[in-house]
Design a protein around this ligand. Sequence first.
Ligand SMILES: Cc1cc2nc3c(=O)[nH]c(=O)nc-3n(C[C@H](O)[C@H](O)[C@H](O)COP(=O)(O)OP(=O)(O)OC[C@H]3O[C@@H](n4cnc5c(N)ncnc54)[C@H](O)[C@@H]3O)c2cc1C
Length: 309
Amino acid sequence: MATTTSDTLLEDLSIPHERNVPLGPLTWYGLGGSAEYLAHPSSVQQLSALAARCHETDTPVYVLGSGANLLVADRGVRGVVVQLDDPCFKQIKIEGTRVTSGAGYDLAKLVLDTARAGLAGLECLAGIPASVGGAVRMNAGGAFGCIGNAVRRVMVCDARGQVYYRSRDDLEFGYRRTNIVARYILDIEFELSPSGADGLMQRVKEIFRLKKSSQPLAEHSAGCVFKNPPPTPCSESEEPPPTAGQLIDRAGLKALRVGGAEVSSRHANFVVAHPGCTADDVLTLVGRVQSRVADRFGVKLEREIVVWP
Ligand SMILES: Cc1cc2nc3c(=O)[nH]c(=O)nc-3n(C[C@H](O)[C@H](O)[C@H](O)COP(=O)(O)OP(=O)(O)OC[C@H]3O[C@@H](n4cnc5c(N)ncnc54)[C@H](O)[C@@H]3O)c2cc1C
């Protein structure tokens, strides 16, 4: 990767950072090249100054959560990758039914913290690997519910470094999307409801067991590669449309391989990475699956995973 960002980009801002950092180990796929800069701001003010600097200098910026929905290209990324891993972005506070979490906090921990505290609303997210900020950005969820249902307010920072709140009545959450356009999600307030801790913990275990039995959790992946297709407008059918996984399976693509990338035999919407796999292998396989499903069923599968750059 050619290094083109100025060597002094962050020099006067005192923001902890490293140069030329391989991003693979920071993602669930374990693939891809390096970031020119990996920055770890240690306050909201530092994050805001970093955002403003990158904006003024036209430097590309990316926000990294737990890397569970991410594929980094083999050539890596130019500019700055921001990781909200400082303790100041990992605080949580439980006050009655209101729970506030930093974006860098681990979602699995938050699910357990709130279930143990007898607060319902996040137990449906059991088994989803994520930072809380990444989960809100993607409106993570599934058959049991989505994180957006429980969000009351978010603190965000835009690309110019302006920090502000957005609250429930102006937030929209849809299928793996939100209307939050600000680049950085910093802090999230949830409104939960009281419930029995034992029942909630039981539910967490149940959902986790279900996921473990249907997903290749021990292999390198980024979860579902494609979004499920929406119902066709004007369709007369009462049946829900087939999921992306069902279409891939029906097209006979389970176990299809390109290099070290393979369509999982356990869950056809997962592409797993074997030793020696490259990000290019994954992208080529993803493209091949898209064109075979389009040829066979006339459905254009839309990617759910985020690809950098
Ligand atoms: C085994 C496995 C199972 C999975 N199962 C599910 C599932 O059941 N349901 C589901 O919805 N997903 C699932 N996923 C995908 C993934 O868990 C979710 O998409 C999750 O929300 C990603 O969060 P993250 O913190 O890892 O984000 P990352 O992968 O790090 O980033 C994803 C996107 O969010 C942005 N982002 C991250 N943090 C922030 C922030 N603080 N502010 C602004 N933008 C940010 C990134 O820039 C990027 O665009 C699965 C993944 C794996 C590996």
